[in-house]
Design a protein around this ligand. Structure first.
Ligand code: GN1
Ligand code: MG
Length: 369
């Protein structure tokens, strides 16, 4: 039998878990952390937890990271409890402290672990063709933003500096091009040209923040479809996960990243680019759901910029994949050598399609404002 990627005796001791360990599953959704479902048996009943190895190259300060997450999840839990919501305990993640009171522990090999209670009777999606479910995704992220509207953003640490500062992401790309660390520049001339041609776009939101035109809110910043747990029976997005990048940010980041991932007719790493496009019907489904919750909280300018938010987040993600490809794949997990390049290509294909469909995206958005 293959060696387990964690030491189960140590995990049980540190997080004081009772019950007999019966097995685990590897969850392959994220590009950063490693995630496992742990299954125990306690008094004849199965009990599940989710164990995550935090990528400490990306998240350098686990104490600050977990301080953010525990504060945010406690806030959300309190809100649903006060509202007497059905299933209040399933509406956010419950992290378990270690015996020393910290919400993570570092093992002898310097791996950093955290544990939360498994949310039962839910599913996740990596692609979607159901407008109804994507509409529910919009509702879920709209509600997430509302519920954090009265959370004090100044108490949050910046877990990754300038995370959605597209201008500084662009500078990082230029540096990677100059250094060409992995010797791959020659093979990505078209992608580099596509990226450099859109430099003007990279400053737009950054400048508007500096000029006070757009408000900072507490945002998720990584609103991929697979960061929503959907209820098996109602298909509602009941719990938002992957809270590592909850920080002050723009509503446009969250809206845009959802569209980037969920309204793409192909997966993020599809090799056949003819399958990649922006689905206007999925775009509409999301806008409708999202604005049904967030409309009143957003300013006119934010609402006007939603389609641009989708484009710029897709572009930003594309240049991040390209940068990592040029740097030799040091940031995102890859399954094969061209993985980051394939991801970059889908993102740029989608940007091009959004540019073609920008007017239609604007029309649709207006309808729900
Ligand atoms: C990463 O961890 P995951 O897979 O949910 C990344 C996001 C990217 C995304 C692209 C901390 O998210 O910013 O948009 O990959 N997270 C971090 O799929 O960099
Ligand atoms: Mg994730």
């Amino acid at each position: 039998m293959a060696k387990k990627p964690f030491n189960i005796e140590e995990i049980c001791e540190k997080f004081s878990i009772n019950g007999n360990f019966t097995g685990y599953e590897i969850i392959n959704n994220g590009h950063i952390n490693s995630t496992y479902n742990l299954i125990f048996e306690d008094n004849g009943k199965p009990v599940k937890y989710v164990l995550q190895k935090i990528n400490t190259v990306v998240f350098k300060k686990p104490d600050e990271l977990m301080s953010n997450i525990v504060a945010v999840t406690k806030h959300i839990a309190k809100k649903y409890k006060e509202a007497k919501a059905d299933d209040a305990e399933r509406r956010t993640l419950t992290f378990l402290p270690c015996v020393d009171g910290k919400y993570y522990y570092i093992d002898s090999e310097n791996n950093c672990w955290r544990l939360y209670i498994f949310v039962d009777k839910v599913y996740t999606c990596n692609t979607i063709d159901s407008e109804e479910v994507f509409n529910n995704a919009g509702v879920a992220f709209g509600e997430f933003q509302n519920i954090l509207a009265d959370f004090d953003g100044s108490s949050l640490f910046e877990t990754i500096e300038k995370f959605h500062n597209t201008a500084s992401r662009f500078d990082a790309l230029k540096k990677a091009i100059k250094e060409d660390k992995a010797g791959r520049l020659e093979s990505v001339k078209n992608e580099v040209e596509f990226a450099l041609a859109r430099e003007n776009d990279t400053h737009i939101l950054v400048d508007m923040i500096a000029e006070g035109k757009l408000p900072l809110r507490v945002t998720h910043n990584d609103t991929k479809l697979n960061n929503i747990l959907f209820d098996n029976i109602t298909n509602q997005g009941i719990c938002i996960i992957d809270l590592d990048t909850v920080m002050p940010g723009l509503s446009l980041y969250d809206f845009g990243d959802s569209i980037r991932f969920g309204a793409n007719t192909a997966t993020e790493d599809e090799k056949d680019l003819s399958k990649v496009s922006l689905s206007l019907s999925l775009y509409e489904a999301y806008v409708k759901g999202y604005l049904s919750k967030a409309k009143d909280a957003l300013t006119t300018l934010e609402k006007e910029l939603l389609p641009f938010g989708a484009k710029i987040m897709t572009y930003e993600c594309g240049i991040r994949f390209l940068t990592d490809y040029l740097d030799g794949d040091t940031y995102f997990k890859v399954a094969y050598p061209e993985h980051n390049l394939d991801r970059c290509r889908t993102q740029f294909e989608l940007v091009a399609d959004m540019e073609r469909k920008m007017e239609q995206m604007q029309e649709i958005t207006k309808k729900y404002c």
